[in-house]
Write a protein that binds this ligand. Structure first.
Ligand code: ATP
Ligand code: MG
Length: 423
């Protein structure tokens, strides 16, 4: 009996890993250009961290976490998102004392959801968080950074930025009351989830996918009417920076985000190309979280990108450049009893040239080796047989060019190939 993987937890196969590396590389370069630094923290944390940070009455904590007691009886959970662990690590290591931090992280997250397209149980995020900055400029910077990433990856035309403001806790509280009053009158017309949320987390009802609930919401009170002057100004300034930078956006008054800890700015980058799971990147401001987790008050704003969804979009739009494929430049064909010398020649080439070389191992006929060389994608095959060995030469065969095979002295091979790869 074969043992199968866990449902919703995928293997990343070699043919896809080049695309992942391309995305990660591109993002790492952009993050460096904005002076963000990487932070790494554990995949496993105390369950209480997520209960407190994400909120007890969220889908994540109520029904999606992988939690277990370890051998000491401590209650632990696989991280369902990165912000909680990032904040915990920052507080614990004193990174937030009178200083600002611009940070990013990447890695797997775990949620026990129903697996479907764009929804996995182990998925990957790249998260970015900025701490100690309260103004709208940093919120806008994060949006400019993401816009640059989409531009760099050639998918900007397929993504729409939606933004909203949740205001302060007080403003949101007043709105919540008005919303509950309004929806309370239609309680029996609400879907089951929304009925439950009416008491637990009413703002989430705005998020409901149920069309009847959505039509009830048409005449509901609107959050922006409850914002004070400061919240409005914060939001307007973000919009101005985006306007100046030529980044377009849509104000979505129903955008509330699933997690409890957000305040003021919230945003999502969404696409219509992937069906129901169209949110590629989501984030916002969470000024109260650091204090909630035991730190001194510290404003914060961040976002997370779902890497699987981002890569699905790249594939959907055929925007992965051909050069991303992990192809070798040279294939070393070793016919006969020459394997030690073949290794030596390849090692020398790797030292002196910036090339990728696959050395044929395991013997076999010339014909079968050339077939493999061709399949490897290499531009050139270096052929070493017993004749070449005794004359200190190699044969150079051009696999992608109409050009006759050449005999080259081994001592001239680096020069010869340098010229070849310069052309
Ligand atoms: P959704 O509304 O799609 O459930 P969410 O609000 O739960 O998303 P966040 O917690 O904000 O998502 O996570 C940020 C991003 O991580 C999402 O926008 C999405 O791209 C990705 N993501 C979230 N959950 C999953 C999952 N189960 N599988 C794959 N990607 C996911
Ligand atoms: Mg979700």
């Amino acid at each position: 009996m074969k043992i199968q993987s866990i449902r919703g937890m995928n293997d990343l196969l070699p043919e896809q890993s080049a695309t992942w590396q391309y995305v990660e590389r591109t993002l790492a370069l952009i993050l460096a250009a904005y002076s963000y630094k990487e932070i790494r923290f554990p995949i496993l944390e105390k369950t209480d961290l997520f209960k407190r940070a994400v909120g007890e009455v969220t889908d994540i904590v109520e029904k999606e976490m992988y939690s277990f007691d370890d051998r000491n009886g401590d209650r632990l959970s696989l991280r369902p998102e990165g912000t909680a662990g990032c904040v915990r690590a920052c507080i614990e290591n004193g990174l937030l004392h009178n200083q600002t931090q611009r940070l990013w992280y990447t890695g797997p997250m775990f949620r026990h959801e129903r697996p479907q397209k764009g929804r996995l149980r182990q998925f990957h995020q790249i998260g970015v968080e900025a701490f100690g900055l309260a103004g709208p400029d940093i919120d806008a910077e994060l949006l400019l950074l993401t816009a640059r990433l989409w531009r760099e990856l050639n998918i900007e035309q397929a993504l729409e930025l939606q933004i909203n403001s949740l205001g302060t806790a007080e403003e949101r509280g007043a709105y919540r009351q008005a919303l509950v009053e309004y929806l309370g009158a239609y309680k029996n017309d609400l879907d089951e989830d929304s009925q439950r949320r009416l008491t637990s987390n009413p703002l989430r009802i705005l998020d409901s996918k149920n069309p009847d609930t959505q039509s009830l919401l048409k005449n509901a009170p609107v959050l922006s009417d409850y914002l004070g002057a400061e919240s409005k100004q914060h939001f307007d300034q973000i919009c101005t920076i985006l306007d100046n930078a030529g980044v377009s956006y849509v104000i979505n008054p129903k955008l509330v985000r699933g997690l409890d800890y957000y305040s003021q700015t919230v945003f999502e980058w969404v696409t219509t190309e992937l069906g129901a799971q169209g949110t590629i990147c989501a984030g916002g401001r969470f000024d109260s979280l650091v204090e909630l987790l035991g730190g001194n008050p510290c404003p914060a704003v961040g976002f997370a990108i779902g890497i699987e969804r981002l890569i699905m979009l790249l594939d959907e739009l055929a925007q992965v450049p051909d050069s991303v494929a992990q192809q070798v430049d040279l294939y070393l064909v070793a016919v006969g009893d020459v394997s030690h010398q073949a290794m030596q020649v390849a090692e020398q080439l790797r030292t002196e040239l910036n090339v990728r070389i696959e050395v044929h191992c395991g013997g076999g006929s010339f014909k079968s080796q050339i077939k493999k060389a061709d399949k490897s994608g290499a531009a050139v095959a270096i052929i070493l047989g017993e004749d070449e060995l005794s004359s200190n030469t190699v044969q150079v065969k051009f696999l992608r060019q109409e050009r006759p095979q050449e005999t080259v002295d081994q001592i001239n091979l680096v020069d010869f190939l340098t010229k070849k790869f310069e052309n």
